[in-house]
Design a protein around this ligand. Structure first.
Ligand code: GLY
Length: 358
């Protein structure tokens, strides 16, 4: 099965979601890069598991170690140097095969190499399939600040092949599901033309999703990306609407940073952030009891739980103030304000501190 979606922002491109064979994936990548030299940046894990089936030449491969720590300027420079060494010109292309780390750093390298060359995303994790591979955010990190160096630079195409998900471990799969659930809470704020009923799809389809049933995976990724595309088409550079995609992320990012990216996966941290803000929204009467309960049940159905461990609230606030989305001395939260609708609020550090006392 194959689904195709189209992004229509400043640059148009296609996203293919399929369970095609790897042979077919090779063919499609070859067609999309016909006549071009290529630098293929591939995550080490994916290289080990799939190299023989992906059938690329060693000469065009750059193997990137896994983990957020690898999304740094040293690896960025190594990618650029490799591109130069194999003679990539302005007409050529970079391809990222892996999770968000490979996608973000390759996108950034492609956007800056010779002032920008084409790049293709082949996300191999659920998290990168439903989020970072689409929408054109590219980045590298500094030691204490994630994604502070980056560009908005859309790929030429995105090939999502659900066969890669078979070898994704439970923790990484759950991380992707954290982002998937986020879309259920923001559906009606995305400006998508027709209802997808993602909340209901996820509630009813939990069993098949947890079994990674191929057609259900394709449908689920298609729904999530349809919502993301609707947002990106209206607000590519995050002037306003795109902030809805940050639901659960304000606390989520702070939890990732305070634990040095060692304790929680991204999606898990976002799930804690969603629990936190949904409870707060209910306590402050932004949402009623029925939706509050349904929301809790959806998160629990997928095995997510509210955060038990206590972190020093002053440190969390400090980190949230350093977030890219904080402005004018205030912290931005995306809060649920109705069923499947969210909106942005800004709180001073003192006001945000009270949230942790409830
Ligand atoms: N990951 C959120 C965005 O792409 O805007």
């Amino acid at each position: 099965m194959k689904q195709t979606l189209k992004v229509n922002c400043e640059k148009e491109y296609l996203i293919e979601i399929s369970d095609n064979s790897f042979e077919k994936l090779n063919q499609e990548i070859n067609e999309a890069t016909k006549g071009q030299k290529r630098l293929i940046v591939i995550s080490k894990k994916v290289y080990k598991l799939y190299y023989t089936r992906l059938n690329f030449s060693e000469d065009e491969i750059f193997v990137l170690n896994d983990g957020e720590k690898e999304k740094n300027y040293k690896n960025y420079l190594k990618i650029i140097e490799r591109a130069k060494q194999i003679g990539l010109t302005r007409k050529d292309v970079m391809i990222a095969i892996g999770g968000g780390v490979a996608g973000d750093i390759t996108g950034f390298a492609a956007s800056t190499y010779m002032r920008g060359i084409e790049f293709i995303q082949v996300p191999t994790t659920l998290l990168s399939a439903v989020d970072s591979s689409v929408g054109g955010k590219t980045a590298i990190d500094l030691a204490d600040a994630k994604n502070v160096i980056g560009t908005f630079y859309q790929p030429k195409a995105v090939f999502i092949n659900t066969n890669f998900l078979a070898t994704l471990d439970k923790k990484q799969f759950m991380s992707g599901l954290g982002e998937v659930l986020k879309y259920a809470f923001i559906e009606e704020s995305c400006g998508h033309t027709n209802p997808l009923y993602l909340f209901e799809f996820l509630t009813l389809g939990c069993e098949k999703i947890m079994q990674k049933e191929p057609l259900t995976m394709i449908r689920m990724i298609e729904y999530c990306l349809s919502l993301k595309i609707a947002v990106v088409n209206q607000d590519e550079k995050e002037g306003g609407l795109r902030k809805v995609l940050n639901f659960g992320h304000t606390l989520g990012h702070a939890l990732e940073t305070i634990t040095k990216y060692n304790k929680f996966t991204h999606g898990e941290a976002v799930a804690y952030g969603m629990y936190f803000i949904i409870k707060w929204a209910y306590n402050h009467e932004y949402i009623g009891y029925a939706y509050y309960r349904l929301s809790m049940e959806l998160l629990e159905k997928y095995g997510f739980k509210p955060l038990k461990k206590k972190f020093q609230k002053e440190k969390l606030i400090e980190l949230m103030m350093k977030d890219k989305k904080a402005s004018e001395g205030k912290i931005t939260f995306i809060i649920p304000c109705d069923k499947k609708k969210v909106r942005e609020i800004k709180l001073t550090p003192i006001e945000a501190g009270y949230m942790f006392d409830e």
